[in-house]
Design a protein around this ligand. Structure first.
Ligand SMILES: [Ca+2]
Ligand SMILES: [Ca+2]
Length: 308
């Protein structure tokens, strides 16, 4: 009898445990998924994975940190979660990495420097945040290249006020309508946040009292127009803007070492709608020349001759 009572009480304990699991299950929102991406040889040094499927690099160790607050940076209690070595994907293309995860986890991934082939340098951000994703994810990207970056010809960021004048073609505008349209067309190739000329116009038009998202998008619009104006510099009479490879030193806001790196951080923050206040402040600071060695050309000197 004692045994049977014991068995019964164990059964109850077991049932209670199952009941607990069953009760707890709905609070567990995530589903098992794989998250990863590619490390590739960025032959044309443009930071974009457009160098062919065979350009992936195998044998590179990719580290994953759990980003508990999903703020896109390694801080506070964030800790090592897992790692993977790049290898061929299911289609036989090299450079693929992936770890098992849960859909409501956030990570910050980066390459273990000990496994980066000698002579290669990052052409993308050195850390790639993976925010909560609902399904298998393969979009984390790390470009490595042999890129002797030419120093930018000049660094002459303009504020959102300047860009609004250009878009609205006020009397003070420095660019013709054709020129500003060309600038916007190039800016659209850098981002998924905006998809038309009208989007830029609307973003720059938003007043200060609008939402955190609107404010961040407004500054980001100006930032992207600065990048595009620099890219088009040979065809523009008025020289302004920012090069992707311009060095950045803005530790108050970002660990990015170049304008291109912070561009990726801003795009990520705004498209996932996290850290919007940070995105606003950071883009605002850069549009005002903070953290940059500002060297404007003759034409631009009236507005940004200062060096910080
Ligand atoms: Ca490329
Ligand atoms: Ca964090």
């Amino acid at each position: 009898m004692a045994r049977s009572r014991l068995a019964t009480s164990r059964l109850f304990a077991l049932a209670a445990a199952f009941a607990f699991v069953a009760f707890a299950a709905p609070a567990f929102a995530g589903i098992p998924i794989n998250v990863g991406g590619y490390v590739w040889f960025d032959e044309n040094c443009d930071g974009t994975f457009n160098d062919g499927a065979a350009s992936g690099l195998n044998g590179v160790r990719v580290m994953y940190y759990r980003d508990y607050e999903c703020d896109g940076v390694i801080n506070n209690d964030d800790e090592i979660y897992d790692y993977d070595f790049t290898s061929n994907d299911a289609d036989g293309n090299p450079g693929y990495f992936s770890v098992s995860a849960v859909s409501d986890f956030c990570f910050v991934t980066f390459l273990d420097p000990a496994y980066v082939p000698e002579g290669l340098k990052a052409t993308t951000g050195e850390q790639f945040p993976i925010q909560t994703v609902a399904a298998d994810y393969t979009d984390a990207e790390f470009g490595l290249g042999v890129c002797d970056a030419e120093p930018p010809a000049y660094t002459c960021p303009k504020t959102i006020g300047f860009w609004k004048q250009q878009i609205e073609q006020t009397r003070a505008a420095k660019y013709s309508r054709t020129e500003i349209q060309a600038i916007v067309t190039v800016a659209l190739t850098y981002t998924d946040v905006f998809s038309s000329y009208r989007d830029f116009q609307r973003a720059l038009d938003e007043g200060c009292s609008k939402s955190a998202l609107d404010r961040a998008k407004k500054q980001y619009a100006g930032f992207l127009l600065n990048l595009a104006a620099y890219d088009l510099r040979d065809g523009l009479r008025f020289k302004a803007g920012l090069a992707m490879n311009a060095e950045l030193n803005l530790p108050r806001y970002t660990n990015a070492k170049t304008v291109g790196e912070v561009a990726a951080q801003l795009e990520q923050a705004i498209s996932s709608r996290v850290n919007l206040g940070w995105a606003n402040d950071t883009a605002d600071a850069i549009n005002n020349g903070q953290g940059l060695d500002v060297t404007c050309t003759e034409e631009g000197r009236d507005r940004c001759s200062r060096r910080r």
